[in-house]
Design a protein around this ligand. Structure first.
Ligand SMILES: [Zn+2]
Ligand SMILES: [Zn+2]
Ligand SMILES: [Zn+2]
Length: 117
C-alpha cells in the first residue's frame, strides 16, 4: 500500500488513521496531520504561489508569500495540467505561479487566484 503524506508537513505513514493521529507542527487550522489527497508525484507545486519541490516535506518547509491561511507552501492536489483555472472566478493560466500572481475579484479568503483541482 502506498504511503499517505501530510499536506502540511510531509510526514508519511502507511495508514490515514495513524497519520491523522499524530500531531502536526505546521497545520494552521488544527493540531493533527491532514492527509494529502493528490497521490504521489515527481514534483509538488504550491497551490498558492506555484513554487515546486520534489518532496512535500521540502515544499512545506518553505514559507509562502501568498498563503492567506498560514505561513508555508501547501501542495496543490490536482495533477499537472496545460491550463489551470481559478476556483473562485474561472480565470485561466498555463502555470500555477502566473495564475496565483493575479488578483482575484471573487476570492473571499485571500487576494489571489487559487487553482481548482
Ligand atoms: Zn503534518
Ligand atoms: Zn507557496
Ligand atoms: Zn480568481
Amino acid at each position: 500500500m502506498a504511503n499517505v503524506y501530510c499536506m502540511y508537513c510531509g510526514s508519511s505513514n502507511s495508514s490515514v488513521s495513524s497519520l491523522t493521529g499524530g500531531s502536526c507542527s505546521r497545520n494552521p487550522e488544527g493540531r493533527h496531520h491532514v492527509p494529502y489527497d493528490g497521490g504521489e508525484k515527481s514534483k509538488y507545486y504550491c497551490k498558492f504561489c506555484g513554487s515546486s519541490n520534489s518532496s512535500i516535506s521540502s515544499l512545506t518547509g518553505g514559507s509562502c508569500p501568498r498563503n492567506p491561511e498560514g505561513k508555508y507552501h501547501v501542495p496543490y492536489e490536482g495533477s499537472e495540467k496545460s491550463m489551470y483555472e481559478c476556483k473562485y472566478c474561472g480565470s485561466r493560466n498555463s502555470s500555477i505561479s502566473s495564475l496565483t500572481g493575479g488578483t482575484c475579484p471573487r476570492n473571499s479568503h485571500g487576494k489571489c487566484h487559487v487553482p481548482v483541482r
